[in-house]
Every structure is written in structure tokens, then in C-alpha cells.
Ligand binder design. Structure first.
Ligand code: CU
Length: 156
């Protein structure tokens, strides 16, 4: 090995060490960014507040789904659910954790006056415009989605 080759080798070693030091590591163990989504109802409508949610890939989010109404609601976006890695879904009762669910999640149903946290890392960018709630309003004879409970999640 001549001096020049030794020099190149040295740079490769230094670069490798530097690169490992700054690797992102376990993305699910970051401090979570909290996003609160209120699920609300009135006599004439049902809605998500906010109904436009913006997230970024590779960041850990704690999506707090708070149902402050008197009826149950779904948080369902089949397209979005395929674009995230779920660390856990945390179920709370009176502010205390009572369960953690792990694995792939497609829909979350939140009962009246209850709160659920979805901890996830978006892994794909996109505009997911299929956020909706399946529940049927018996008095109105329409689904909550038909009465305004729809939304869009944009991942940059
Ligand atoms: Cu609903």
C-alpha cells in the first residue's frame, strides 16, 4: 500500500465512524410530537377538529384522539394506515394508561367522552384524503361522514 492508498483508506475509516455516530437510530424512541384531534358532534353535524392534519416522515407522533361528544366515533383512513409504522395505541381511563395495543392498525373507534393515543411514525409521503367516520346518525339517517366527519392527512 503506497502513501496515497493509505490516505484514502484512512478517510474511508473516518467517514464510516462519523456516519455511524450520526445515524438516526430507533425512530420510534424519539420524543413524540403531540397532535390533538377532537371528535365533535352537534345536532346537525359531526366533525374532526382539525380536519386537515400535516405530518412529516420519520418523526414520532402521538395522535391524541379525544371524543368529547356523546356518541362514538371512528378515526379511519385506510390509505394513511398503510403509510405509517405504529409503535402503539394507548388507551387511557381517567388520565391513566390501561392498555397498549401493538401491531398494524387500520381503524380506531373512540367511545363517548374517551381518549385514545396513536403513537406512529409516518414512513411514506402523500395526501391521504379518505379520513372518515363510519358511524350512522340514526336521527338524521346519514353516516357521520355524510354529515361532515371527513378529513385529509398530508405527510411531507
Ligand atoms: Cu363519528
Amino acid at each position: 500500500m503506497n502513501v496515497s492508498k493509505q490516505f484514502n483508506f484512512l478517510w474511508i475509516v473516518i467517514f464510516s465512524l462519523f456516519h455511524n455516530t450520526y445515524a438516526a437510530g430507533d425512530l420510534t424512541r424519539q420524543n413524540p410530537i403531540e397532535i390533538k384531534i377532537d371528535m365533535r358532534s352537534s345536532v346537525e353535524s359531526h366533525f374532526f377538529s382539525p380536519s386537515l392534519i400535516r405530518l412529516e416522515t420519520s418523526k414520532l407522533y402521538k395522535i391524541v384522539l379525544k371524543n368529547s361528544s356523546d356518541v362514538k366515533h371512528y378515526f379511519s383512513s385506510p390509505k394513511f394506515s398503510k403509510a405509517v409504522f405504529t409503535r402503539k395505541v394507548q388507551v387511557l381511563k381517567n388520565g391513566k394508561r390501561i392498555a397498549e395495543i401493538k401491531g398494524n392498525i387500520s381503524d380506531i373507534e373512540v367511545f363517548p367522552k374517551s381518549l385514545v393515543e396513536w403513537w406512529l411514525v409516518p414512513i411514506k409521503t402523500g395526501e391521504f384524503d379518505d379520513l372518515h367516520c363510519y358511524v350512522k346518525d340514526k336521527k338524521a339517517g346519514k353516516t357521520h361522514s355524510e354529515m361532515g366527519m371527513v378529513g385529509t392527512i398530508i405527510v411531507d
